[in-house]
Design a protein around this ligand. Structure first.
Ligand code: BTN
Length: 327
C-alpha cells in the first residue's frame, strides 16, 4: 500500500474525525492527493465518510494488525517464529508456497498475516472472501517428516486449534464439520486450507492457512455462497492481533501434542464438536455418493459412515459431507 494511504488509514483508525487539511499537512501532500487516497481506501471497501467542516471519519474504529506487537507477544510466549504482516497480497497461502518453491529458508512456525487478500483461496478451488481488516488471514509454515499421510490428521487438529482460540477470546463454542470447517450455530465462521509440498513418504512442507470471519458485513459477504457468520454477529468485538496470538499459541500446543500422541488422543474430543455427529448424512465425491449415519472421525482422520452395509471410513480431500434431510 502507498505509504501516504497507509498513514491516512492509521490517522483515521481511532474512529475520530480528521480534516483533509490536517492530513495534508501531516503528510506534506495536497488536499486533492488526500481525497484521492481516501477514494482508493473506500474502493477497497473501507467505510469512510466525509462531513463538510469536520473532515473524514471511519464508520467504526479499526485495529490494524501490528507486526511488532505480534512478534513481541509470540516471543514472550517462547516462540521463535518470524512474523510478517502485509497490507495486501493475493493469498497468504500462495505467498508461502512461492517462498518454499523459491528455496527460501522458512522455519516451522513462521507466520504470514495479511490485512486483505485479493485472491484468497478456499478448499476445492473456491474463493475465500477477504476484505480489508475484516477478518483474520493467517498462514503458518510447518514441516512433516513422516510423509503426506500425517497431513490428514494435522488438518483436523487445526479445526480444534481454531475452536480453542475462539473459545478463549470470544467465549463462543464452535462446531466442526469434517474435514475442517468451523461453524457457529450451523453457519461458517472459519475455514482451513492445509497445503503440502513434498514427497509421499519423507519430508514434506506444509502451509496451514486459516481464515476467521471477524467483522463481515452483508455487503462484504455478498459473494459468499454458503451460510456464513462472523464474530461481530455475536456482539464480540475482537482485536485481531489478540486473536492471531491466541490462534498461534493454540495451534502450537495442538501440534506438539499431535506429534507426541498422534490423532488418536483427540478423536473423542473432535467427535464431540462434530456438527453432524450421529446424524444422517450424505458423502459426495465428483461422481459417487454414500448415505448413512455419521459416526465421526477414526484414528487416521477418515470420516466414518454407518449404514446397512456396516461401518466404513472414507478419506480424501475431494469428499464433501452434507446433512441429509430425512422425511
Ligand atoms: C475453506 O474453508 O474453504 C478454507 C478457507 C481458508 C482461507 C484461508 S485465509 C488465509 C489462507 N490464505 C488463503 O488463500 N486461504 C487461507
Amino acid at each position: 500500500m502507498h505509504p501516504s494511504k497507509w498513514a491516512i488509514l492509521q490517522a483515521l483508525s481511532g474512529g475520530d474525525f480528521v480534516s483533509g487539511e490536517q492530513l495534508g499537512q501531516q503528510l506534506a501532500i495536497s488536499r486533492a492527493a488526500v481525497a484521492k487516497h481516501i477514494k482508493s481506501l473506500q474502493q477497497m471497501g473501507l467505510d469512510i465518510f466525509c462531513v463538510t467542516g469536520k473532515g473524514y471519519c471511519l464508520s467504526a474504529p479499526l485495529t490494524l494488525l501490528d507486526a511488532e506487537l505480534l512478534q513481541r507477544a509470540l516471543t514472550a510466549l517462547g516462540y521463535r517464529a518470524q512474523v510478517q504482516v502485509v497490507t495486501e497480497i493475493d493469498s497468504t497461502n500462495s505467498q508461502l508456497m512461492r517462498a518454499i518453491r523459491a528455496g527460501q529458508r522458512l522455519q516451522p512456525g513462521d507466520l504470514l498475516l495479511a490485512e486483505r487478500q485479493t485472491a484468497g483461496r478456499g478448499r476445492r478451488g473456491r474463493q475465500w472472501v477477504s476484505p480489508f481488516a475484516r477478518s483474520l488471514y493467517f498462514s503458518m509454515y510447518w514441516r512433516l517428516f513422516d510423509g503426506i499421510q500425517a497431513a490428514m490428521g494435522l488438518s483436523l487438529l487445526v479445526g480444534l486449534a481454531v475452536a480453542d482460540a475462539v473459545a478463549a477470546l470470544a467465549g463462543q463454542q464452535v462446531q466442526l464439520k469434517w474435514p475442517n470447517d468451523v461453524l457457529l450455530n450451523g453457519k461458517k465462521l472459519a475455514g482451513v486450507l492445509v497445503e503440502l509440498e513434498g514427497t509421499a513418504e519423507g519430508h514434506c512442507d506444509v502451509i496451514i492457512g486459516i481464515g476467521i470471519n471477524c467483522y463481515l458485513s452483508e455487503h462484504d459477504a455478498q459473494n459468499i455462497n454458503q451460510p456464513w457468520t462472523a464474530l461481530n454477529q455475536y456482539g464480540v468485538s475482537i482485536d485481531r492481533n489478540e486473536l492471531a496470538v491466541a490462534l498461534y499459541h493454540a495451534l502450537q500446543q495442538r501440534l506438539a501434542r499431535y506429534h507426541q500422541l498422534g490423532l488418536a488422543a483427540v478423536v473423542d474430543e473432535w467427535n464431540q464438536l462434530h456438527a453432524y455427529q450421529n446424524q444422517p448424512v450424505m458423502l459426495l465425491t465428483g461422481e459417487k455418493q454414500w448415505r448413512g449415519i455419521c459416526r465421526g472421525i477414526d484414528c487416521q482422520g477418515g470420516i466414518v459412515l454407518e449404514n446397512d452395509s456396516g461401518r466404513r471410513s472414507y478419506y480424501g480431500g475431494e469428499i464433501s459431507l452434507r446433512r441429509e434431510v430425512v422425511g
